[in-house]
Write a protein that binds this ligand. Sequence first.
Ligand code: UN1
Length: 508
Amino acid sequence: MQSILPLPTQPVKPGTSTGQQFWHTDTQKTIESYSPADGQLIARVYASTRADYDRVVETAQAAFVEWRQVPAPRRGEIVRQMGEQFRHYKRELGTLVSYEMGKSLQEGLGEVQEIIDICDFAVGQSRQLYGLSMHSERPAHRMMEQWHPLGVVGIISAFNFPVAVWSWNAMLAWVCGDVCLWKPSEKTPLTALACQQIIGDVLRNNNVPEGVSCLVTGGRDAGEWLARDPRIALVSATGSTRMGKAVAEAVASRLGRSLLELGGNNAIIVSEHADLDLAVPAIVFGAVGTAGQRCTSTRRIIVQESIYDDVKNRLKNAYAQLRIGNPLDELFHVGPVIDQAAVHSYLAAINEIRELGGHFVVEPGVLNGLGFESECYVRPCIAEADNKWPVVQRETFAPILYLLKYTTLDDAISQQNDVPQGLSSAIFTLNLREAERFLSVAGSDCGIANVNIGTSGAEIGGAFGGEKETGGGRESGSDAWKAYMRRQTNTLNYGTTMPLAQGITFEL
Ligand code: UN1
C-alpha cells in the first residue's frame, strides 16, 4: 500500500513544543516507526539522550515558574484553543493514529474526539479548582484549603491509545498550572510529534513559555529517567502491570507521586435476564475493537448456564461476519495488532489454551497474503475456558475472548472479581435486583462497572482507572484533576489573641 500521508523523510526531533528549541545532541540513534497496517517504515525519530532529557527538564522547570502564575481560567482559554486545533485536524490526526497504531479509522477518529472532549472538560475545570472552607474551633480564625500545581508532570503513554491518554493527563495538568513532559510509546512516536505540532501554534500565539509542553522519545531507559528523577513531581504511567510496578517502585523510593493506569482483565456477565440484542454487539465490539488492545477490552464473558449455548451460537454468528483488514479502509472492522511481538504473545496464549484443553468456538489464526503483508493481522477468536487458568488470569493484549459459565449471580460475580486486575466490568440484565447487586459493595470490585453497556469505550466525564493490579489511579473526569495538584490547608487568625487548638494553654 502507498503511504497516504505526507510523512517526514528526515528523522524528526523531540524537544519542547513551540519549535524554538527542537534539539538533539550528538546522537544519531533513531526510533523507527513501522505501520502494522502495511509493514512500511513510516518515520524515523531521534531518540533523546540523557543530556537532551536533562535540558528538557530544566526548560520545563523554568517554564513552570511562569506558567503557575497565569490565572487558571486563562490557562483554560489556551486549552480551549488547543481543542479547536484538534477539531481542525481531527481527520488528519485520526488517520495517522490509525496508520501508525493500526486501529480502525473510526476508532482513530474516536481517539481524537477524546482529546477534544477532555479539552472542553478541562476548560470548564479551569474555573472549578475548588478548595473547601472549614469552620475553625478557635475564635476569629478561618480555615480553608487551596490547591496549587505540582510542577513537572511526566506522562508515560502506551501505544494502544497513543494520543488520547496523553491528553487526559496534559489538558488537566495544564489548567491546574503544571507543565508536562511526555514520553510516548516507542512504538508510536509519530502521533506524539504530530500532537506537539498541532498545539505548537497555540502556544506560540499565546506567548506560552517554552517548556510547558515537552516531549522526550525513547524506550524503557527514558521511562526510567522520569521515574527516578526527583524533579518530576508526578509520573502518570499507562501500560502493562510489569511496567507500572517498576515505575511505582522507582517513584515511591524517592517519595514522589505516581498515577498508574495498568492492565485490565475485563469481564461481562450475561444473565438469563439479559437483552441479548444489546449484549452481543457490545461483547463483540469490546473484544475485537482496537484488535483487543484496549486496557478496557472485553477478555472474559461469564454466561448463565441456561442461555450459554444460545449466547455461544450468537457470538459465533457475529464473529463470522467480522471483516479483518486495512484499518484505514472503513470496510473492515478489525485491523492488525501492533507488531510481531504482539502476534507472538497471541500465539503463545493460543498454545496455552490448547494445552489446557480449551475448546475454540471461533478458531484463531494469523492471516497472510495480499493485504496482510505486515503479518500483524490475527483472527479474533473465542475459547471456552476456566477462569482459574493462568492464561485467563493474565492480560494478553490480543483479540482472544474467554467464554465462562455460571450458575448463580454470586458465582458470576466471584469469577468476575477473581483475577489480579480490576479495571472495567459489566453486566447485561434487565433485572433491577441483579443490576443493583452487581453495582453494590458486594458486586464488582473494578474501577468501572457498567450495566447494559460493554467494558470499553468510557466517556471522559467519569474518572477512568481501576483497582488491584490496574494500579489505583484515576484520570480524566470527575475530580481526577486533584491528582495534578497539591492541597494546602490554611488557617488565618484575624483576631487579637493567640488561642491554641485543642484548648492547650501556654502562658509566657
Ligand atoms: C486504554 O486502553 O488505555 O474506555 C484507554 C476506553 C477508552 C480508553 C481506553 N475511552 O476504552
